[in-house]
Ligand binder design. Structure first.
Ligand code: GN1
Ligand code: MG
Length: 356
């Protein structure tokens, strides 16, 4: 039973033996995440990391711990209670390791839960977009002096466009006739956008855009807000890796400016909100602006479009593959997500015009 297992695993960490109840936090597509309520001072977030997706889980957990340590040092001036709300803090196992390995070989890690906080799946307020921009901008700013080479690359070529195209082409070759027919409009679009969607990749490969520490999963639900909607803490640092700033900018825009959730099936509800784009940009530049080159700044809008496309092609690829990567709730879930993202690109083009 899940309850017994969670109780057992929780006991393996230095959090005291105060397990009262659990709830699953089901918004992620990859890991299993649980909120553990205790009768003690803190509640906790317990996570089983997906070892099928992440090949080097100890490396991933060390990345997260080291990034948190770096951020904590930068915020040393804050009182401890505030620090615990602004930076994820990881709890060691009873054996002094940042993770516990169970009898099946699964890896678990534990964090202190940040209470009096909330997340947004969709945004309905420009202030929230602005606060999100400040929060992710601050994260990039504070990690800009962390040596990116010291991070384990947890998923090689994660935001590499050539890699994503190669995966798509392979899936296309092997897909069922039924899924190929259904997706024809969208697989054609993937071909049409190919050149534009490689521009950032080329600038990165040629060294014209610099590599730095990036979060790589800056969807707005990975930002915690306080109850007054002020940005609090960046969460889900699983994919912190060397990267370019454009994809962190872009993934936040992808989720903040979509007027509907990522898997909304009524595509008429999917529109790109350009006001939220400007609000996010403003907050983001307050923290990153002085460190950006003209070229980096020029290509921020293309970063947004490219990131929407990366998610569109990844969802479509997984659908063609028969749904082997993302958790899905029903058979067409990945296709619905892909259609949603392609519609968002269409609306982006209409609202933002050409971005190259
Ligand atoms: C996955 O599991 P979650 O929700 O944190 C994915 C991200 C996608 C996101 C889409 C390792 O993140 O790249 O942007 O779904 N993470 C991985 O919602 O593939
Ligand atoms: Mg994630």
């Amino acid at each position: 039973m899940v309850l017994d297992q969670l109780k057992e695993v929780f006991k393996k960490f230095k959090a005291g033996n105060h397990f009262v109840s659990y709830t699953e936090l089901a918004s992620g597509h990859i890991n299993d995440t649980y909120l553990i309520k205790t009768d003690d001072k803190y509640d906790y977030v317990l996570q089983r990391i997906n070892k099928g997706v992440f090949k080097d889980v100890p490396g991933l957990i060390l990345n997260k711990v080291n990034i948190s340590r770096h951020l904590q040092q930068k915020m040393m001036h804050l009182p401890e209670t505030e620090l615990l709300r602004k930076v994820l803090s990881f709890v060691n196992s009873c054996e002094g390791s940042p993770y516990f390995i169970d009898e099946k070989g699964d890896y678990w890690n534990l964090m202190v839960y940040i209470d009096q906080s909330k997340t947004f799946e969709t945004v309905h307020d420009a202030e929230v977009a602005y606060e999100g921009g400040k929060l992710f901008g601050e994260f990039l700013n504070l990690t800009s002096d962390f040596d990116a080479n010291k991070l384990t690359v947890v998923i090689p070529e994660f935001h590499d466009m050539s890699f994503r195209y190669a995966q798509f082409e392979e899936a296309f070759k092997n897909a069922s006739t039924e899924r190929l027919e259904k997706t024809k409009t969208y697989t054609d679009l993937v071909g049409n956008l190919k050149e534009e969607m490689h521009i950032l990749q080329h600038l990165k490969d040629s060294g014209e855009i610099k590599i730095r520490v990036t979060h790589n999963d800056t969807k707005i639900s990975n930002a915690l807000f306080d109850l007054n909607n002020k940005g609090l803490c960046v969460i889900d640092t699983d994919t912190v890796m060397p990267g370019i700033i454009h994809y962190d900018f872009g993934d936040a825009i992808r989720t903040i400016c979509n007027t509907a959730p990522e898997d909304e099936t009524d595509l008429d509800l999917v529109n790109f909100n350009a006001i939220y784009y400007q609000a996010y940009l403003k907050g983001f530049l307050e923290y990153t602006g002085s460190s950006l080159t003209d070229l980096e700044r020029k290509y921020l809008p293309l970063g947004a479009k490219t990131m929407i496309f990366i998610m569109a092609i990844r969802f479509l690829t997984d659908y063609l593959n028969g749904d082997i990567y993302y958790k899905t709730k029903y058979p067409e879930h990945n296709f619905d997500r892909a259609k949603n993202q392609f519609r968002l690109i269409q609306s982006f083009d209409k609202k933002m015009g050409s971005v190259i």
